[in-house]
Ligand binder design. Structure first.
Ligand SMILES: NC(=O)c1ccc[n+]([C@@H]2O[C@H](COP(=O)([O-])OP(=O)(O)OC[C@H]3O[C@@H](n4cnc5c(N)ncnc54)[C@H](OP(=O)(O)O)[C@@H]3O)[C@@H](O)[C@H]2O)c1
Length: 257
């Protein structure tokens, strides 16, 4: 799918990977619909200066069903060619140390909101016989580490959901892209470091969000169904997918309670 002049909606577009992708789409002269928690006039100005054909803010808190319902209602007034379900939260640490309130909120944002917004946009895309939904999973959907239990469960759900609708949508003109994102240098990546490394010795490389946004854009243009990690993380990802016993043994060597 080409991006020029398309209407692109991004959740969590105020920082991190969402912002980098918004900037990349602005460079392609897209119309941007940004679902963010707080209106931000400077962000609108910056993205217009980077080339966006238009920028519209849809204020939304995805942490409640009411917040997502209100956003879905606003989406009825907009033609959306590309929906990027990007907003996400991280929970982590040994399971008994994780806050249940945080876990409920994280599943609401990472899974329920993503399913709800996909459910909201698919009918209008089917009517026009075109459109794409990008769902933000993670390498954690496949590579299961101690300390990542709840977050990994949310991202495995994103993968399963996206895989199922991809099959349902075959031949309709509506397509999906599931991102198996590796370490990207954002605020969330710093959190991963803080929450995991007390118990597990994983030194993950991270790439700048701008670089990753280019890879996402390329995957959109080439209509890829999955965006998988490259390099050494890519190899570990393949081992986790096809040789689970080997992967789990390797991880167990790096973990201590
Ligand atoms: N960074 C990585 O290494 C990595 C790896 C794999 C997957 N991912 C995935 O990439 C996506 C983006 O993460 P990031 O790395 O860019 O992290 P980030 O910088 O922490 O950004 C998270 C985004 O989600 C938004 N968000 C969180 N809770 C929300 C809520 N209740 N309502 C609306 N928006 C909410 C945040 O908005 P506020 O500013 O309002 O909080 C922010 O825009 C996430 O789905 C994450 O799971 C990241």
């Amino acid at each position: 799918m080409e991006i020029k002049n398309k209407h692109v909606m991004i959740t969590g577009a105020n920082r991190g990977i969402g912002l980098a992708f918004a900037e990349a789409c602005a460079g392609e002269k897209a119309h941007l619909l940004l679902a963010i928690r707080k209106n931000d006039l400077q962000l609108v100005k910056d993205l217009k200066a980077k080339g966006a054909a238009s920028v519209t803010i849809l204020e939304a808190d995805l942490a409640t069903r009411e917040g997502v319902t209100a956003l879905a209602k606003k989406m009825e007034n907009h033609e959306i060619d590309l929906l990027f379900n990007n907003a996400g939260q991280l929970t982590g640490g040994l399971i008994e140390t994780q806050s249940l309130d945080d876990i409920y909120k994280m599943f609401q944002v990472n899974v329920n909101a993503l399913v709800h917004l996909s459910h909201a946009v698919i009918p209008q895309m089917l009517k026009r016989k075109r459109g794409k939904i990008i769902n933000h999973a993670s390498v954690s959907a496949v590579m299961h580490f101690p300390c990542a239990s709840t977050y990994a469960a949310s991202k495995a759900a994103v993968w399963a959901f996206t895989d199922c609708i991809q099959q349902e949508l075959k031949g309709t003109g509506v397509t999906t892209l599931c991102l198996f994102t590796p370490g990207i240098k954002t605020r969330m990546f710093d959190e991963i470091d803080r929450l995991y490394t007390k118990n597990i010795d994983i030194v993950e490389d991270s790439i700048p969000p701008e670089e990753y946004a280019k890879k996402i854009l390329n995957a959109v243009k080439n209509d890829l169904v999955y965006l998988e990690p490259a390099g050494s993380t890519g190899m570990a990802f393949k081992v986790a997918q096809h040789f689970k016993g080997v992967f789990n043994w390797g991880i167990s060597q790096k973990f201590k309670r």
